[in-house]
Design a protein around this ligand. Structure first.
Ligand SMILES: [Zn+2]
Length: 468
C-alpha cells in the first residue's frame, strides 16, 4: 500500500510504522509448504473414501442410537488408521428418541393420503389417531399472533416456503416454523402441528429436523409435509371448504443416554498446548445416511489432518479434529465440550467446522481481531486459485464452532456452495450419490491450507471481543 510521506521527520516515523505494519505474519517457508499441501490435495486427497466408509459401514447415526455407537467406534478406528497421534473420546449426555410411523390422510373434502414425517422428538397421537380440521398460517409469527380460539382443537399448518440461495440464507427465515411451531401450537391448544418442509426441493418426501421441546407442558404431534403435499393442502384450502386430516403417529421418547465427542490430534512440536480445532459433527438424522450432513464434513477435516500428519515434521501447534456428537438436536456435544474445557479456551487459537454439505468452497469468512486481518489476506493468496473469494469477518465458524466463538475464540469459515444443500437436508435422500469426489478434493485443498497455516504460524490470532 502506498502512503505519502508528509514531512521529513514525521515522514520517517510514518515510514517505519508502515514497515512494521507490513511485516508479514506468515513466513514464505510456511506459505510454500501450504502451497505444496494444497496442490497435493487437489491431486490425490481422498476424503471421498472416508465418507463412503462412514455411510456404507455405519449409515444413519442419530444421537444416542445404536448407529451412533457404531459411528463412535468407526471414527476412533479410522483416525488411528489415518495416523493421528492421539485418539480419544469424551462422553456427553443426550436426550434420546425413536422414530416410529407417521401417517396422514385428508378425510374431507377430497380424501387422499399425504406424505409426512415426524419432526425430531415429536410425541405420537393417542391410540387410533386423531382427526381434526386444518387451519393455515403463512409463517410461525402468524401462528404466534393468532388467538387461541382460532387454533384450539385444530391442526395448525404453517405454510412457509424456503428460498433457494448459494449461501443457504433462505433457511433462517423458514426454520422458525420447525423450531418454534410446536410450542406455539401446543400453547394454544392445537391438536397437532404440520409444517411445509424446510427445504428447497419439490420431491415427495418430507424434511425432519429438531424443534424446541424444553418446558413445553402438553406437547402435540409435529409433522413436516413434503413440498408437493403442502401444495396439495394449500390448493384444497383455497376451495373454501373445511379440510379435515387424520393423523396416526407413533414415536418413542427414551431415557437420556451417553454419546461421545470423538477427538483426534496431530500433536504440536513446539507449542503442543496451543490448539487449532477443526470440526464436523458425527451424528446425523435417521432417515438418510448422513452423507451430506455431515459425513462429507467429517471426511474433509479428517483428510486435511491426515495430510498434515504426513509431513516430515509435526506442526508447531496441535491440530485437533473434533467430531462433535449430537449436533442435530441442539449443538449438545459442542456445548458440553466448551463447558468441560472452559479453563483451556484461551489455548484454542481458532476453530472451524465443515457442516454445509459437499459443495465447492467459494468464500473465505473469518472472525478475527482487526489487527490480524493480514493473516487472512496471506491465506487468500493460496485460496484464491481454488476459486475462493474473501468474504466477511462475521463467521460463526459453523454450528458447533459458534459455541466457541461466543467465548471469543477466533474462527475461520470456508463457505461451501449450498445451492442444492436444502434439497436433501434431513431427508431420506441425503445419500452418498450426492457427494462428488473431485469437489471434495477442492474442499480438502482449502482446509489443509487454512489448518496448516494456523498451526504452523509464528504468532497467534489473539481473541475476538464478544458482543453482549
Ligand atoms: Zn449438520
Amino acid at each position: 500500500m502506498f502512503r505519502p510521506l508528509l514531512t521529513l521527520t514525521g515522514g520517517l516515523i510514518a515510514a517505519l510504522a508502515v514497515t512494521a505494519a507490513q511485516a508479514k505474519p506468515l513466513s514464505p517457508e510456511d506459505l510454500s509448504v501450504a502451497e505444496v499441501l494444497r496442490d497435493r490435495a487437489l491431486e490425490s486427497s481422498d476424503a471421498y473414501s472416508i465418507v463412503e466408509s462412514l455411510t456404507v459401514e455405519v449409515g444413519p447415526r442419530p444421537a444416542g442410537s445404536e448407529g451412533d455407537r457404531r459411528a463412535v467406534a468407526w471414527a476412533q478406528q479410522k483416525m488411528k488408521a489415518l495416523g493421528f497421534d492421539r485418539v480419544y473420546t469424551e462422553q456427553i449426555e443426550v436426550p434420546r428418541w425413536n422414530r416410529g410411523h407417521a401417517h396422514a390422510r385428508v378425510v374431507a373434502p377430497f380424501p387422499q393420503p399425504l406424505v409426512v414425517t415426524s419432526l425430531g422428538y415429536s410425541v405420537g397421537t393417542p391410540q387410533g389417531g386423531i382427526t381434526a380440521e386444518i387451519v393455515e398460517f403463512a409463517d410461525v409469527e402468524a401462528l404466534i399472533k393468532a388467538p387461541a380460539r382460532k387454533v384450539k382443537g385444530k391442526i395448525a399448518f404453517i405454510n412457509k416456503r424456503m428460498e433457494r440461495a448459494r449461501t443457504g440464507e433462505g433457511y433462517g427465515p423458514a426454520v422458525g416454523g420447525r423450531s418454534k411451531g410446536m410450542r406455539a401450537a401446543a400453547e394454544k391448544g392445537a391438536a397437532a402441528l404440520m409444517i411445509r418442509s424446510v427445504g428447497t426441493d419439490s420431491d415427495r418426501f418430507a424434511h425432519t429436523g429438531m424443534m424446541s421441546i424444553d418446558g413445553v407442558e402438553n406437547p402435540v404431534p409435529a409433522l413436516a409435509l413434503s413440498a408437493p403435499d403442502a401444495n396439495l393442502l394449500e390448493a384444497m384450502l383455497k376451495r373454501g371448504k373445511p379440510v379435515e386430516v387424520q393423523l396416526d403417529v407413533h414415536n418413542q421418547r427414551l431415557e437420556d443416554g451417553p454419546s461421545f465427542n470423538v477427538i483426534g490430534e496431530i500433536t504440536g512440536r513446539e507449542k503442543p498446548q496451543e490448539v487449532m480445532i477443526i470440526g464436523a459433527h458425527l451424528d446425523s438424522w435417521d432417515e438418510g445416511t448422513g452423507a451430506l450432513d455431515d459425513g462429507a464434513g467429517v471426511a474433509v477435516v479428517m483428510e486435511a489432518a491426515r495430510m498434515i500428519a504426513e509431513l516430515p515434521q509435526r506442526p508447531r501447534r496441535t491440530l485437533r479434529v473434533v467430531l462433535f456428537g449430537a449436533e442435530e438436536i441442539g449443538l449438545v456435544g459442542a456445548k458440553q465440550y466448551v463447558d468441560a474445557h472452559r479453563s483451556e479456551l484461551d489455548n484454542i487459537v481458532a476453530v472451524s467446522e465443515s457442516d454445509f454439505g459437499a459443495g465447492k468452497i467459494w468464500r473465505f469468512d473469518t472472525r478475527l481481531p482487526e489487527n490480524k486481518f493480514d493473516i487472512a489476506d496471506q491465506m487468500m493468496q493460496l485460496l484464491a486459485p481454488l476459486g475462493i473469494e474473501r468474504g466477511n469477518n462475521k463467521s460463526s465458524g459453523g454450528p458447533d464452532s459458534s459455541v466457541f466463538v461466543a467465548q471469543g475464540v477466533p474462527a475461520f469459515g470456508l463457505y461451501q456452495d449450498g445451492s442444492d444443500y436444502f434439497d436433501y437436508h434431513h431427508t431420506p435422500n441425503d445419500t452418498l450419490d450426492k457427494v462428488d469426489a473431485d469437489t471434495l478434493k477442492q474442499n480438502v485443498a482449502a482446509w489443509v491450507v487454512m489448518s496448516f497455516l494456523a498451526v504452523e504460524m509464528e504468532g497467534d490470532l489473539g481473541r475476538v471481543p464478544t458482543e453482549h
